[in-house]
Design a protein around this ligand. Structure first.
Ligand SMILES: *Cc1c(COP(=O)(O)O)cnc(C)c1O
Length: 369
């Protein structure tokens, strides 16, 4: 699904020099490299505070921990996402409250927010799924009208920009009160191990989160809250700093590969190509088709026999998994997410795809629909 080896081959000298420098200085944690990457990412994101951490799941947990919520407070999110989003809500004794997604863009449908609002609602976590932004403008308006926090789960769309109706542009992850991301190797900005980060334009939230990631410490061995241990190490920061400079190029390559797929697949019977909402750029973390009539398992098996990987993200929406059904959910509650789970198929997508490889993938797919 991704080709990290070819990508590495293009940058291996820079990576090896950076790794050697870390070995020579022995600054493995909280060293200069981590500070440099943090500052560069902050600048890339238009000046938002950046707090590095150990992974994208921690990032969401830490964001929630900084909001001083009470057990049973409700956090609204989508059931059509990676489990991490809902998992940390439940882990913190908060209540995950799902709303269905838009069938064209696969992201949280803001028209549904009013249906789940209660006097315990505190937070909305929209997920910018597959590289496509959730509609942040209506979500922020709803949040502001109802006194809710917004945490953007931006694990899949770093580098995408959002355009508001007044023409103002913001980087995804810096629009909500807090934004989170993952630098898992296969993400658009991927480390060579686990890594993550949290963003905020709010100075006091940023200060709280810096304390949460470091055991709740404010001064040396003084603890003001319950925290966690979640750090970015120097080797990962070095990789990320090198790849950050190329992120826009990588995302452009993904966008071009997506356009190429769509130019050959648009209009094919039983295939719906991914759409780009008019309010944002799409950075195609995944290129995800809907197969409305084909036998998806059969198509996947045929692709696999031809040496082509494919993915189903996600084969079952979260509300149908046992730990989340415990909150009273059942089949039929979120029909769009349920239908998408039956229809979606993701094709290989990364910064190193060539038209020749894509032609092969497309020809095998078309023969087996
Ligand atoms: C990858 C991902 C996460 C979790 O990130 P990790 O670094 O694997 O912990 C959270 N949310 C979404 C939407 C993701 O895709």
């Amino acid at each position: 699904m991704v080709d990290l080896k070819t990508q590495y081959d293009h940058i291996h000298t820079e990576i090896q020099e950076a790794f050697q420098e870390i070995l020579d200085t022995s600054q493995f944690v909280n060293g200069q490299v981590v500070k440099r990457f943090t500052a560069n990412l902050s600048e890339y994101l238009g000046g938002a505070h950046v707090i590095p951490c150990a992974n994208g799941t921690d990032a969401i947990q830490i964001a929630l921990m900084a909001l001083d919520l009470k057990p049973g407070d409700e956090v609204i999110t989508t059931p059509f996402t990676f489990v991490a989003t809902a998992e940390v809500i439940a882990l913190l004794q908060l209540k995950p409250v799902f709303v269905d997604v838009d069938p064209d863009t696969f992201v949280l449908n803001p028209d549904k927010l009013g249906e789940v609002l209660t006097d315990r609602s505190r937070v909305i976590i929209p997920v910018h799924l597959f590289g496509q932004a959730a509609p942040m403008e209506p979500i922020m308006e709803f949040a502001s009208a109802n006194d809710l926090f917004v945490i953007e789960d931006n694990a899949q769309a770093i580098g995408a920009a959002y355009t508001f109706s007044d023409g103002r542009q913001e980087m995804l992850g810096t629009i909500g009160h807090i934004g989170t991301t993952s630098f898992f190797p296969s993400k658009n900005l991927g480390a060579y191990g686990d890594a993550g980060a949290i963003f905020s334009r709010d100075e006091s939230l940023a200060t709280k989160m810096r304390s949460v990631v470091n055991h709740g410490m404010n001064q040396q061995y003084q603890y003001e809250r319950i925290g966690v241990n979640s750090r970015l190490d120097s080797f990962q920061a070095a990789v990320l700093d090198i790849k950050l400079r190329k992120l826009d190029t990588y995302n452009k390559a993904r966008r071009e590969a997506a356009e190429y797929y769509s130019s050959k697949l648009e209009g094919v019977d039983g295939v719906i190509c991914p759409k780009t909402a008019d309010y944002s750029t799409h950075v195609f973390h995944q290129y995800t088709l809907r197969l409305t009539s084909a036998d998806r398992d059969g198509v996947r098996a045929a692709l696999g026999e031809a040496g082509i990987p494919s993915g189903v993200y996600y084969p079952k929406p979260l509300h149908l998994h046992a730990p989340y059904q415990a909150y009273g959910y059942q089949e039929g509650d979120f029909p769009v997410s349920e239908q998408l789970s039956r229809e979606v198929l993701s094709l290989p997508m990364h910064s190193e795809l060539t038209p020749e490889v894509q032609d092969y993938i497309i020809s095998v797919l078309l023969k087996n629909l």
